[in-house]
Design a protein around this ligand. Structure first.
Ligand code: SF4
Length: 416
């Protein structure tokens, strides 16, 4: 019987992946999308163990990392979205021990949505609910055809579900609201694509709330009121609806109030849920683990004296680097020098920097200490949390000489 593995290429964590190996390497990957295949085949450019640019053994690199973090007054620990939940919990404990700033990419992407879901301010469901029950699916500022290539085929549009036996042809309506005609918008079709100007999502949401309240919707950008009323009619008739929230929507909204208003109205007239389109495979795991520990999902600073966690925007990675309030940084499975604006991230090159990652990237190339780790879901197992909050067990496929990040973090913590 075939053995199935979990792909850690994105937070869908597809669990139907078959893998052929040869000479201790992943040779062929079946069922995964192109992103997943690339992930499962591992790094093109593997990270080496170094201190100050010189190759060294892992114990020396761990000792140097511990020295840097132990001496720093206000270190930053950032990353976590590509780590197992076990590693994330150790990272939280390490941050507590050294009085660190602790953050992940959710502080500038899906964080507000995850927080609202964990605080039960937004109604949500599982991906399996979507597959079996959803008849109206809105992709809002989301393009899963590119970001989560198997979202439509496994869950949201094409599959037949228990209550959706006639599938996409008759049983599901897919709608796209976006500023551009994405590949997902093309699948939804022209009459189900709502192209709105950049930054106007909140106004469009309020117009939709008016239409759902049987009022004539108005927008300052002159969107066809008839088309909004037609959309409202489709949403009213939904038996099980879902809004898949992408980064386009999050970046457009100043706060979540318009989304709360829309969800409240939709749940008066119908049954709607939110699905956060989380990118990194275990970003939601980090948010949940930190939430359980501190009541906050990100942007935390631990007091070195009391071990108490403070929370606020000033403790985000962006503000900590912009204000130069950190004096060392440990980056785990992330590349902030590539993903953050240079005006903010360039400060990382001025402070002692440690990278733990399977692959070489721009941040590791500027790091004083680099420690290669095993690739999650390929070279070591553990637990992760899918975008819908479901726990998923990861299995190891091949061996590696690299330690998993969970072991590296344990050793650093013990050495401080
Ligand atoms: S959709 Fe995501 S989890 Fe599924 S195979 Fe592709 S990259 Fe992997």
């Amino acid at each position: 019987m075939s053995e199935y593995y979990v792909c850690t290429g994105c937070a869908l964590l597809c669990d139907d992946i078959e893998v052929e190996t040869e000479n201790g390497k992943v040779k062929t990957v079946h069922a995964a999308c192109r992103k997943g295949v690339a992930r499962m085949k591992g790094c093109i450019d593997s990270l080496e163990c170094t201190v100050d640019g010189e190759k060294t053994d892992v114990e020396s690199a761990i000792a140097k990392a511990a020295e840097i973090l132990g001496e720093a007054a206000n270190p930053l620990i950032f990353g976590h979205g590509n780590s197992s939940s076990e590693a994330q919990k150790l990272s939280i404990a390490l941050a507590k021990k050294v009085g660190a700033y602790l953050d992940d990419t959710s502080s500038f992407c899906q964080g507000p949505i995850i927080e609202a879901i964990l605080q039960e301010k937004l109604k949500t469901c599982t991906l399996d609910d979507i597959r079996h029950k959803a008849d109206v699916i809105i992709f809002w500022g989301a393009d899963p055809s590119n970001s989560h290539p198997r979202h439509l085929s496994r869950y949201s549009y094409f599959p037949r579900g228990k209550e959706r036996q006639r599938g996409w042809e008759e049983d599901r309506t897919a709608i796209c609201v976006d500023v551009r005609k994405s590949e997902t918008a093309i699948i939804c079709g022209d009459n189900r694509f709502y192209k709105i100007p950049m930054g106007e999502d909140a106004e469009f949401m309020d117009a939709l709330v008016s239409a759902l309240s049987s009022k004539v919707p108005k927008t300052s950008f002159g969107f066809d009121a008839k088309k909004i009323l037609e959309l409202a009619n489709v949403l009213k008739k939904a038996k099980f609806g879902v809004i898949c929230v992408g980064l386009g929507l999050i970046y457009s909204l100043k706060d979540l109030e318009p989304l709360f208003r829309l969800m409240d109205k939709l749940n008066e007239v119908s049954d709607f849920n939110i699905m956060p389109m989380v990118g990194q495979y275990n970003m939601r795991g980090f948010n949940q683990n930190l939430y359980e520990e501190t009541g906050c999902i990100n942007r935390v600073k631990y007091s070195p004296e009391s071990g108490e966690a403070e929370h606020g925007p000033e403790f985000s990675v962006v503000e900590a680097l912009r204000n130069k309030t950190v004096d060392a940084a440990l980056i785990i499975g992330s590349d902030p020098l590539s993903s953050l604006p240079l005006s903010v991230s360039r400060y990382l090159a001025e402070i002692p920097l440690i990278s733990i990652d399977p692959c070489r990237n721009l941040t590791s190339s500027r790091s004083n200490v680099t420690i290669p780790c095993a690739l999650g879901g390929v070279e070591y197992g553990g637990t992760a949390v899918r975008m819908d909050g479901v726990d998923v067990e990861l299995k190891k496929i091949i061996d590696t000489d690299n330690l998993p990040d969970v072991e590296i973090l344990k050793k650093i913590t013990e050495a401080i």
